[in-house]
Design a protein around this ligand. Structure first.
Ligand SMILES: [Cu+2]
Length: 74
């Protein structure tokens, strides 16, 4: 990946996580998604900080991944 590729960051609230397995599950699901370059999920803060390429995915697409992993984006 080029150092100069375009990147944006978004923090999405996530409901429905109960433990570190949920965190791992969601982190993996996000990171495996095309267009997402990094994801930091916090159980304590109930959110996910996602770094993504806006040419490949948008906030709605990221929320859809959260839902597919079994959690509720807020
Ligand atoms: Cu869990």
């Amino acid at each position: 990946m080029s150092l100069f590729s375009k990147k944006e960051k978004i923090t999405i609230g996530v409901e429905g996580m109960h433990c570190q397995m949920c965190v791992k599950n969601l982190t993996r699901g996000l990171k495996e998604t095309n267009g997402i370059t990094d994801a930091v999920v916090s159980l304590e803060e109930k959110n996910a900080m996602v770094t993504f390429d806006p040419a490949k995915i948008d906030a709605e697409g990221i929320r859809a991944v959260v839902r597919e992993c079994g959690y509720q984006p807020v």
